[in-house]
Design a protein around this ligand. Sequence first.
Ligand SMILES: *[C@@H]1O[C@H](CO)[C@@H](O)[C@H](O)[C@H]1NC(C)=O
Ligand SMILES: *[C@@H]1O[C@H](CO)[C@@H](O)[C@H](O)[C@H]1NC(C)=O
Ligand SMILES: *[C@@H]1O[C@H](CO)[C@@H](O)[C@H](O)[C@H]1NC(C)=O
Length: 519
Amino acid sequence: MTPVTLWVWAACAGTVLLGAAVADLPPPERHYDILILLPMSSTSHRNIFMPVAEALAERGHKVVMLINHPLESRNPNITLVFHGLDDFRPENISMFRIRKDVQEASRIYYEMFEAVSRKFYKVPKVKRLYERRKEFDLIIVFHMMNEIAYPFVHGRPYITITTVGVDATQSAALGNVLNPAYVSNFVFPFPQPLSFYHRFLNLLLQIGIACYWKSMAMSGVQKELSSQFPDFPSLVEIERNQSLTLMNSHFSLDTPLPLLPSQVEIGGMHCRPGNPLPQDLESWISGAGAAGVVYFSLGSTNQGVTLPAHYRDILLEAFRRIDQRVLWKTVGEVDGVPENVLVRKWVPQQDVLAHPNVKVFISHAGLLSTQEAAYHATPVLALPIMADQPRNAANIKGAGFGLALEWEEITVDLVLETLRDLIDNPRYKASAEEISGAMRDQPVSPKDRAVFWTEYVIRHQGARKLRCPAADLSWVEFLMLDVLAALLLAVCVSFVLLKRLGRAVCRAVCRDESKEKRD
Ligand SMILES: *[C@@H]1O[C@H](CO)[C@@H](O)[C@H](O)[C@H]1NC(C)=O
Ligand SMILES: *[C@@H]1O[C@H](CO)[C@@H](O)[C@H](O)[C@H]1NC(C)=O
Ligand SMILES: *[C@@H]1O[C@H](CO)[C@@H](O)[C@H](O)[C@H]1NC(C)=O
């Protein structure tokens, strides 16, 4: 070995060791008892919470998790408590039916919130857990739609997980009011930079949605909880008391933003290198040859079942005509499937995306799928349905690792043309590699970041030092309207005084002059 190669080798080994040392957190002082509350969630929400629960359990902490879905964990340090109320069933809602009907969607969710909040604290398991709440070192709550869990966290240190990544309303609760001049509301993405019209709309939406949520959507829950718990404060007051939030975002995949130390990005935490596929799937994907495979999945919220027949026929016809094989993940039954299409109820998605022969991912652009596609550098054809999906689709397109289509505009030719562009034009794959590199290039893994900050809040008894003073201000104080009003008043008073003074001086001078003239 020459001295130079030896030096290079030593430097590389040093980097690897340094990387490992930074990434490995020192062991915790003791095991903590952590309560995770997810009384109303869909599969994708659970898929964000479970990695956090598992990471904490692997550190030796004892995690108790209250959920609305019977689940099991292989980790003995996680105890799952299924509350058994089945009023909140996002799987039963046809996303295609409500995607353009905001009123219908709000009505359905509103009814579910009310129904659950009436019964929740009467469930013996929930009641027992509620009575034990002070035994836990920390409580973790879903940042939205789970206000019924607030009696647990009232007066206790707690943190939230922001499943949708950046949510302006949630950010404001922590004291970070994001500027609507460039931060789109997460359900209504506008192209960057925002035009005058879009800034105008965005401001109204930002205010309108926050007001609607606090005063309308949550009014039933507030009334119900106030009647069950005497001296229960407003939900807003409790929401503002959260110590920290773990946000399912990463700036490489979204708008880079000024964040508080209490807003910790853990986006892509669930992403991991691909494992070998089951033998049958491996040989089917490799068997596609150089043409490769298109992977199609509309996520976990059963959208496959409710995919309208008209859209399904267009997609199937496009699949029939392409040279690639198509792997379609759906829990629904599909008839008339062409020979090159394989339908599966479940596939190990990350292992599929990591496979070098998978060329394109046709996705509803759910946040987790978007992160997985980016991490595994697979170009995306986004077909967003609702909620934050249009924003994710816009981010995919903006980052250059995919294209987006509206369901209403798709035709067989358009789907074919878009897929061919994504497969034949190397720039999509190159952008995907670039974003994958940016996502993986972090001093500490998102998982270690989540664990560190969760333990930090416990070590520092709620970590009040992280609290931004803006979280305690009213909007009049925050916008300094009182100070501006005082300034305006001072200007007006000075103006009036100056005018009077001027007049008095003028009169005095005039009087002197006339006196001089008379003399
Ligand atoms: C569970 O916690 C203990 C310590 O409390 C730890 O030693 C063990 O590794 C944890 N188990 C798993 C599977 O993470
Ligand atoms: C919701 O779907 C489940 C199956 O996923 C079904 O058993 C249940 O009856 C449905 N509930 C409602 C209210 O439609
Ligand atoms: C806010 O948090 C502090 C410290 O954890 C606690 O003393 C206080 O009671 C909390 N307030 C509410 C409304 O939960």
